[in-house]
Design a protein around this ligand. Structure first.
Ligand SMILES: NC(=O)c1ccc[n+]([C@@H]2O[C@H](COP(=O)([O-])OP(=O)(O)OC[C@H]3O[C@@H](n4cnc5c(N)ncnc54)[C@H](OP(=O)(O)O)[C@@H]3O)[C@@H](O)[C@H]2O)c1
Length: 255
């Protein structure tokens, strides 16, 4: 069954009162069943803010962190640091934007053999990098991929999703709301109305549920700094899912 997680790019790169607000939001999100949190050393303070937010609740969360380093040595430092701040375990460790993946995978594999990491993955947002992403998928060395997928960006439907399905890889979906563009592009209420129900009351939720209704998707990770949006996103994460006809009709609204 696919699930709703949470991204931390931009939204968790905060200090002071904002940081406390994110900590409260994570606590509430955990209570609503949002378990997977995606972060990266590329996201400023986000890795640390998330680690602080999970203190005392670490066993309730799945952390999907990344290595994003221009050298093997820097990668080793990032991995060691992440394992330290996340109390000895990072459930999903990804190579961010495929950056030096050949250099970083051996250390991630070593940490996996030591049970400090449960699953390995790679990410990329850029269609031009998908051929290389597919190459890594075929190596058999990773269990997850993270790619963009939303009503405005369906490129992964061509090759990445079929390959993930064939290889049995998990799919984390970044940018499920088109980095916010989709939420701002809501069709007229009467066009959205047929797709509401079962806890789905907003267009943003329809967009998330549209992604989650693709059986090849494991988890969407929308980012938000707004607790009300977080509640909406969490509520989009349970069935019944849209069937193929409904998905096509929703996609037509954005055509
Ligand atoms: N290369 C990579 O590995 C890579 C690249 C991109 C992203 N990512 C990961 O994917 C995560 C998600 O991607 P993203 O943050 O770029 O885009 P996104 O999740 O598609 O969109 C985030 C935007 O949507 C808004 N939003 C969220 N929930 C909403 C709702 N219910 N109603 C209305 N607006 C809503 C947020 O604003 P509010 O704060 O106002 O809610 C925010 O501006 C990132 O945080 C990151 O963890 C990874």
């Amino acid at each position: 069954m696919p699930v709703v997680g949470m991204g931390t790019w931009k939204t968790f790169d905060v200090e002071g009162a904002e940081k406390n607000a994110r900590k409260r939001m994570v606590r509430e999100a955990l209570d609503l069943g949002v378990r997977l949190y995606d972060t990266s050393p590329m996201y400023g303070l986000a890795e640390d803010v998330l680690a602080d937010a999970l203190r005392g609740s670490r066993d309730e969360a799945i952390v999907a962190d990344k290595v994003w380093a221009g050298s093997r040595e820097e990668g080793l430092r990032q991995v060691a640091r992440a394992l330290d701040i996340y109390e000895g375990t990072v459930e999903v460790f990804q190579v961010h934007n495929l950056r030096l993946w050949q250099e970083h995978l051996p250390e991630l594999e070593r940490r996996k053999r030591a049970d400090e990491i449960l699953a390995l993955g790679v990410t990329h947002y850029n269609h031009a990098a998908f051929a290389e992403l597919e190459e890594v998928m075929r190596t058999g060395r990773i269990e997850m991929v993270q790619v963009p997928y939303n009503l405005l960006d369906r490129e992964v439907e061509r090759k990445v999703l079929p390959l993930a399905d064939k290889l049995g890889l998990g799919v984390l979906v970044m940018e499920p709301l088109g980095t916010g563009a989709l939420a701002r592009k809501a069709p007229a209420p009467e066009q959205v109305e047929p797709f509401l129900g079962n806890g789905v009351t907003t267009w943003a939720q329809v967009c998330l549920k549209w992604v989650l209704s693709d059986p090849r998707v494991t988890c969407v990770i929308p980012a938000t700094s707004n607790p009300d949006h977080m509640r909406q996103n969490a509520a989009a994460g349970s069935g019944p899912w849209y069937d193929e006809q409904e998905r096509a009709a929703i996609a037509d609204l954005m055509a």
